[in-house]
Design a protein around this ligand. Structure first.
Ligand code: DAH
Length: 450
């Protein structure tokens, strides 16, 4: 299921905090209380990206050429509503920072703002539904800066202090007070405070995660919020919460029909820190129930802090990749980032129904690696290394064996699948990647290879 882990983490019962050690112990963050230069200025600013320098492939040896092809060029400067952000503001060799270059290279790409890209086409189709159903009353934001404060990302939406999503293992921290937003809910509170009562926020969100065909550390979400005034529910004779919940369900069922046609749907009770009651919508698609979004009636505390004590509101958040993979028949989440014309040329503005035709399937290559783990080992940290070395050539990292010996030492064996979406890989190239991964796993994770 798409974004299985990441999209579900707000639903994990909050007492069941993952018992893994964080990638960087939080205690170390007391070293620095440097207020980020980004924070005060960028809150609701829009941002424009600087296109990464184009690469030319003139005089490179074959392995250099391969490296150039699979490493995305890193933009040196991004611009956030007039504030310039350099690589050194986002990626730093500092214990409070866990953002790799591969993530910095995705900042500013904004797939959701490309009208010919499946993510942009889907965003526009959802806009169209809201514009028609609500006579253009929803304000739309798709250019809010993805660098936000811990307060915006977590505190403002009531994410508990010990919630797993706050860990360095799950979230990208720029410093102890600044993160790459892990959900578009990070903008709810501020927009409410600014007086918006009907809005949609679309943006790129960032999460440290596992590697497989449906997980990628950057993906896109759309958040929706609608606030009601007392006169709206008073006339109906039902209580405010039930009124908002009913309206929410009606709105989202309409959206699902707009995107998928006449589908079967069901509502599942859920848990999110920011809503109560909370629900998930599932649709029956290709003989499976597919979770499409999370939503609920906004916690009164969020409205109260925005000076809206007499109001009630609903909110929802949906993952655009998950929907786009189904709607366009896209089999691997890495394809969304492909610049290969055989992918990009298949989509056009306004065409939601088009089915992707795979241009070819290159063979995967599997490499196994076994090691004794230590207390601080996490799979996300391993995946971060694999992505750092192999980039989008890493298709899957799968735990295939796990045992503990009599001395209490635990061994993990991972199978890494390397595959390009665009070409055949050479043995030489894959071996080089694998040696690199082995080296870094040993030196950075301090595990003992077997
Ligand atoms: N922020 C949630 C997530 O990323 C999704 C979500 C669920 C957003 C419920 C909402 C909501 O606004 O009401 O998992």
């Amino acid at each position: 299921m798409l974004n299985r882990k990441s999209e579900e983490y707000y639903q994990r019962p909050f007492s069941r905090v993952k018992s893994v050690a964080m990638a960087v112990p939080l205690a170390q963050t007391t070293l620095l209380f440097r207020t980020s230069l980004l924070l005060s200025k960028n809150a609701l600013r829009s941002f424009t990206s600087c296109i990464p320098p184009s690469s030319s492939s003139s005089s490179y040896s074959s392995s250099e050429l391969h490296r150039k092809q699979w490493r995305q060029p890193v933009a040196s400067v991004l611009e956030f509503g007039g504030v310039k952000i350099g690589r050194e503001d986002v990626v730093r060799d500092d214990p409070t920072n866990n953002v790799p270059d591969s993530i910095f290279s995705r900042l500013g790409m904004q797939l959701h703002r490309r009208d010919q890209h499946p993510i942009g086409i889907l965003k526009n189709a959802i806009y169209e539904y809201f514009d028609t159903s609500y006579s253009n009353t929803f304000d739309k934001f798709d250019n809010l800066c993805p660098i936000v404060s811990v307060k915006q990302n977590f505190d403002d939406v009531l994410v508990p202090a010990d919630h797993v999503s706050r860990s360095y293992n799950d979230t990208y921290y720029i410093d102890s007070q600044t993160v790459l937003r892990c959900h578009t809910s990070a903008h709810q509170a501020e927009l409410l405070r600014k007086g918006h009562t009907h809005f949609l926020v679309t943006g790129d969100v960032y999460r440290r995660d596992s590697i497989d065909s449906t997980h990628y550390p950057v993906f896109h979400q759309m958040e929706g919020v609608r606030v009601f005034q007392p006169d709206e529910w008073e006339a109906s004779g039902i209580d405010a919460t039930s009124y908002a919940a009913e309206d929410l369900k009606k709105c989202l069922e309409g959206l699902a029909r707009h995107l998928f046609g006449a589908v079967e749907m069901r509502w599942i009770d859920a848990y999110f820190p920011f809503t109560n009651p909370s629900f998930e919508l599932e649709i029956y698609f290709k003989e499976k129930w597919l979770e499409v979004l999370g939503c609920g009636v906004m916690e009164q505390e969020i409205l109260k802090r925005a000076d809206r004590v007499n109001n009630v509101a609903w909110a929802f958040g949906l993952g655009l990749e998950r929907l786009a993979m189904v709607l366009f028949d896209i089999p691997d989440i890495r394809l969304f980032w492909s610049n290969d014309e055989r992918f990009t040329s298949q989509f056009s503005k306004g065409q939601l129904g088009i089915k992707f035709k795979p241009f070819s399937k290159y063979p995967p290559c599997y490499k196994d690696m076994s090691f004794w783990i230590n207390e601080s080992f996490t799979e996300n940290n391993l995946c971060e290394i694999v992505r750092g070395v192999a980039g989008d050539l890493a298709e899957e990292v799968l735990l295939i064996d796990n045992f503990t010996n009599k001395k209490g030492m635990t061994s993990h064996c991972y199978r890494i699948a390397y595959r390009s979406m665009e070409r055949s890989l050479t043995d030489e190239e894959i071996n080089e990647l694998q040696w690199n991964v082995r080296d870094q796993v040993q030196s950075k994770l301090k595990v003992v290879l077997r």
